[in-house]
Design a protein around this ligand. Sequence first.
Ligand SMILES: [Zn+2]
Length: 437
Amino acid sequence: MQSARPDEVQERVRTSPTGKVFVRLAGAVDAERAVAPAVAVFDREGPVAIDAPEAIGATAGEVIDLSSHVAMPPLVNAHAHLDLTGIDPIPFDGTFANWAGEVRARRATEPEGIAAAVREGVRRSVAGGTGFIGDIAGGLGIAALEALRDSAPAAGLQGVSYVEVFGIGKASSRGVEFLKGLQAQVAHERGGIRLGVSPHAPYSCDDTVYAAAAELELPIATHLAETLDEDRFVRDGSGPFADLLKSVGAWTPALTGWGRGPVERIQPLLQGRGAALVHLNYLNEAGLQMLVREISAARPSVPVYCPRASDFFRHPAPGHAPHRYRELLAAGVPVALGTDSALVMGSAPTLSVLDEMRFLWKRDRTDPMTLVAMATVHGARALGVHASAVRLPCRSARGAAAVICASVRGDRSTSGTLQCLLESSEPTQWLWRPVRS
Ligand SMILES: [Zn+2]
């Protein structure tokens, strides 16, 4: 048996006389099951099987020892802002509108600067085992969309670029016009990245903008029920977001609120379209029940929880319930994970939902298999990616398997191996990835 680094396996397979390589692993896990130990079999097309040693049988051919490593499918980051990578940290003063204003002032606005930020975001994503991403291309962001399409294939990344749109009050018709012209401006898919659309948030988009976005039949994402200020604005039109709209000249006297909460206002406009509903930090009972009722639809909405971002912005506010992701999951709602922007995690070397899984394990002791499902098959639903792409062995024309390095000294049981993976802080390495030129 030979030793090798995970990232050497692909080359070993290529040069193997038999074209077949067996890799001994500490374990393997996907949303359906975990096995420990495990053996992975590769041929020149990619992973053939990953299973318990007795299920694989005799290992005739080259055998590589990676028995301190756990194999996982490539991860799905259902909500990122790659174009905000590389900005110096912006302290949070307690008011989201102030923080967002500072981001607007500092973000790249020229195509070269945007492309550099996206490239760095892609690099950090792939370094963290991300195979699929739902990226928000900020501020009517065709530049960010094209930058992702340029850099994703060589990195082995696929997914959706949601072009962000704003339009409320006086700016509403401009948002609708932008959406109407969007599909004439950009291709539906290039470089493995599909076109999506993202009405920014309930305090920055009118119902007409949400409806126009839904009509496009593209992948769709929106920030929703993120802050108490948003909840206040949606209910009665008051508060910091009304002040913000007045300061930018978008406010009109008609913005007196909708008399209900953000989910109750927006879910009916997007239901049945597999919409990514991002954050849901303040989800009331009526909103929760709407999401539960929607799971019988062919394409229900997918809540996307960004745990470290929630924590960075100090949610929940005192006196409010913790995030309700576990209640949603228990009711059968497929909650996915997102990182949000790199701004909420400082200079972390990776941009990965594995770090979100580790955060939730540490804070909530969330069931490890549930965390794996959130980071793979649930995220895949939000992005419209077939589940087989994120289930081992991930065999497909574009299949890939990520390997997570985790020390498994001591308890080598299945649960012990999974726990080690979540308690480790080691980054991922790719065992196989579908790099395209
Ligand atoms: Zn976001």
